[in-house]
Design a protein around this ligand. Structure first.
Ligand code: ZN
Length: 263
C-alpha cells in the first residue's frame, strides 16, 4: 500500500535529531511522499536541505499567517528566487482569523503575493484556513482559482463548502482531527469530497490521531487518518489509499522538485 502525507512540519525543533528516523518509520509504513511545509523565511533553507536527503520528501516554502509580522522587506523576492531555483511547492500560507491581535489586511496581502508567485511559477500551494472561509474563497476566485493546484490542509470547513473549493482547483486534505469522535462537522465534510480531490496528511508533529500513544505525531501515523476516512466514507482502506495517493502525486507533479528527484 502506498500512502502520501501532503502536509507536515518535520523540521520542527521537537523533531531535531529524530527526523531521519521519523522518515524511515514512515517509509516502512508505505508512505512514499511527505511534504515538508516551511513556516517562515528562517526555515526555508533547512526545509530544502532536509528534502534533498530522501526521495520521499517534497519541500514547500512560504510564510504561515502566524509568522507574517516578522517577514523581511524582500521576502517575496527571496521566496520567488528559492522556488524558481528549487522547484518547491508554495506553503504553508493562508488566512487565520483566530489569532490575536487580528492582522487581517496584512494576512490577505501576504497571501495574495504568495498566490501571484505560485501562478507565475506554475506551482501548487499548501493552504491554511481558519475561520476565514468566505475571504479565502473570494481571494481564490478573484485570482482565477488555482490553475496549478493546491490543497486546503486539515479541512475544518463545512461539507457544503467542499464543492465550492473543489471548483476553484483545490484538493481537500484531512488530518488526525477526523479521528476525534466528537468532530461531527469534519466527519460530515469527509463524505462530501470527490474521489479525485481527497488527500491525507498528519500535520506532524501536531494533531496526533486519537488512539495513538506518542508524544509527537509523525507521518507514519497517516495510516490512522486513512482508516478513519475510509470508515467514514464506507470505502475500503485499500481503495482510499490508492486514490488519495494518486491525487497527491498529481497535485505535486507541478513541482520541478519531483522531476529532478524522481526521474
Ligand atoms: Zn501546518
Amino acid at each position: 500500500m502506498k500512502l502520501y502525507d501532503v502536509h507536515t512540519h518535520i523540521q520542527d525543533e521537537r523533531m531535531a535529531g529524530i527526523w531521519q528516523q521519523v522518515v524511515q518509520r514512515a517509509v516502512a509504513e508505505g508512505v512514499r511522499g511527505i511534504v515538508i511545509c516551511g513556516l517562515h523565511e528562517g526555515d526555508w533553507d533547512e526545509v530544502l536541505a532536509m528534502a534533498a536527503t530522501h526521495e520521499a520528501l517534497v519541500p514547500a516554502l512560504g510564510i504561515h499567517p502566524w509568522f507574517i509580522e516578522n517577514r523581511s522587506p524582500r521576502w517575496a523576492d527571496i521566496l520567488a528566487q528559492k522556488l524558481e531555483s528549487n522547484g518547491a511547492a508554495v506553503g504553508e500560507i493562508g488566512l487565520d482569523r483566530m489569532i490575536r491581535p487580528r492582522n487581517d489586511d496584512d494576512q490577505e496581502q501576504v497571501l495574495i503575493r504568495h498566490l501571484e508567485i505560485a501562478h507565475d511559477l506554475k506551482l501548487p500551494v499548501n493552504l491554511h484556513c481558519r475561520s476565514a472561509w468566505g475571504r479565502m474563497m473570494a481571494i481564490l476566485k478573484s485570482m482565477g482559482g488555482l490553475p496549478y493546484g493546491g490543497v486546503v490542509h486539515s479541512w475544518s470547513g463545512s461539507a457544503e463548502m467542499v464543492r465550492e473549493f473543489e471548483k476553484l482547483g483545490c484538493y481537500i486534505s484531512f488530518s488526525g482531527s477526523v479521528t476525534r469522535p466528537d468532530n461531527k462537522k469534519v466527519q460530515k465534510a469527509v463524505k462530501a469530497v470527490s474521489r479525485d480531490r481527497l488527500v491525507l496528511e498528519t500535520d506532524s508533529p501536531d494533531i496526533l490521531p486519537t488512539g495513538i500513544e506518542s508524544d509527537l505525531n509523525e507521518p507514519a501515523f497517516v495510516r490512522s487518518v486513512l482508516e478513519s476516512v475510509a470508515f467514514l466514507r464506507g470505502e475500503s482502506v485499500d481503495d482510499v489509499a490508492g486514490y488519495t495517493y494518486e491525487n497527491a502525486v498529481r497535485l505535486f507533479s507541478g513541482c520541478r522538485w519531483n522531476e529532478r528527484n524522481r526521474p
